[in-house]
Design a protein around this ligand. Structure first.
Ligand code: PLP
Length: 378
């Protein structure tokens, strides 16, 4: 990326040699991104990230040729980047069905099929969930969509680079990606749009990206995205094997080392790099802060450190009571993590959990109250 910040600073739309250099590098990146999902380069529209790609897919399909009504099917556990555009469209007259998920976080393709109506304009179900890691039966859902002639979009932001995806064989019409989820730079992503899909641009202007997304292209970001795609494709087999081994150690050893620790998400149909646990009697935010002091960066489904006291909609959708949804810890691994990292983590986690349980008002001897125990102050 560095040369494209410095001496190769051309605008990819300019005709001079600096511009042509930038355009060449951008088109090379488009080929690499397309190759990762078996798409054609011209089916890749670069965006500012996964959120914009999701917005483009949902609003761009729904509002095709000025349409202002219709029915959209999505799931209860989509990322906000899909759910919020759906809610936005509801305000303008669209109708929405959010299909439920099992306690493992799986969408049942039969539920999607049951929800299809004559006026359904879009089915948008994520490839894999960002919090609990569950991988959806997206190929079966794509078949349902195809059988009913409805475009199928999948938010693959968490799945790209971690599992092989073939948009042609899998029957996907639109797919969202974000570079920073697989070691690329932040602030760049793409929407794959199958040739012939009837979609409207949502950002209008000078006609960049074949008119699908105006604005001067982020050349260094796109070059970094292309490189990350190239490396992900090259290394996918060995890297996923390694990361999966580390994940499986977490999944096996945490419940062995810590009583009343439960895995969230599907035991096997899950992202290779994701382990998500809930610990009874523990507030997730407190856990994150304690781990941070040990140099361990993790996250929680709970949003109570920010402006909202609501626990994650994903954890509620899999049927967890509020107090359990607040006690969740999301662990994600990358290609640079090592067995030693996992050893270090497992050596410290039990002590942190028991320390927090000692000061919890709901310790193991005290039964948790039914409902309303989701306090943010442990
Ligand atoms: N979709 C999913 C499943 C995500 O996990 C994320 C980011 O965490 C996004 C969309 C949004 O991507 P971005 O941050 O690139 O806008």
């Amino acid at each position: 990326m560095t040369p494209f910040f410095l001496d190769k600073f051309g605008n990819a739309s300019s005709l001079h040699s600096f511009g042509r250099d930038a355009r060449g590098a951008m088109e090379q990146a488009r080929k690499s991104v397309a190759a990762l999902i078996n798409a054609e380069p011209r089916e890749i529209v670069f965006t500012s990230g996964g959120t914009e790609a999701d917005n483009m897919a949902v609003k761009g399909i729904a509002m095709y040729k000025g349409r202002l009504k219709g029915h959209i099917i999505t799931s209860k556990i989509e990322h906000h980047a899909v759910l919020e555009p759906c809610i936005f469209l509801k305000r303008y007259g669209f109708e929405l069905t959010e299909v439920p998920v099992s306690t493992d976080g799986l969408v049942d393709p039969a539920d999607v099929e049951k929800a299809v109506r004559d006026d359904t304009v879009l089915i948008s179900i994520m490839t894999a969930n960002n919090e609990i890691g569950t991988v959806q039966p997206y190929r079966e859902i794509a078949k349902v969509a195809k059988a009913h002639g409805v475009p199928f979009h999948t938010d693959a932001v968490q799945a790209i680079g971690k599992m092989p995806i073939d948009v042609k064989a899998d029957g996907i019409d639109m797919l969202s990606m974000s570079a920073h989820k697989f070691h690329g730079p932040k602030g760049v992503g793409a929407l794959y749009v199958r040739k012939g899909t009837e979609i409207e641009p949502i950002i209008h202007g000078g006609g960049h990206e074949r008119g699908m997304r105006s604005s001067t292209e982020n050349v260094p970001g796109i070059v970094g995205f292309g490189k990350a795609a190239e490396i992900a494709k090259r290394d996918m087999g060995p890297v996923t094997q390694k990361v999966m081994r580390l994940r499986d150690r977490l999944i096996e050893e945490i419940p062995r080392l810590i009583p009343r620790a439960h895995l969230n998400g599907h035991p096997t149909k899950r992202l290779v790099n994701n382990a998500n646990f809930r610990f009874e009697y523990i507030e997730g935010e407190a856990l994150i802060l304690q781990l941070d002091m040990l140099g361990i960066a993790a996250s929680t489904g709970s949003a109570c450190s920010t402006s909202s006291l609501e626990p994650s909609h994903v954890l509620l959708a899999i049927g967890l009571p509020h107090e359990h949804a607040h006690g969740s810890l999301r662990l994600t691994l990358g290609r640079e993590n090592t067995e030693e990292d996992v050893d270090y983590f497992l050596a410290h986690l039990p002590g942190v959990v028991s320390k927090l349980r000692e000061i919890s008002p709901f310790n193991s001897e005290t039964p948790m109250p039914a409902g309303g125990g989701g306090s943010c102050s442990v």
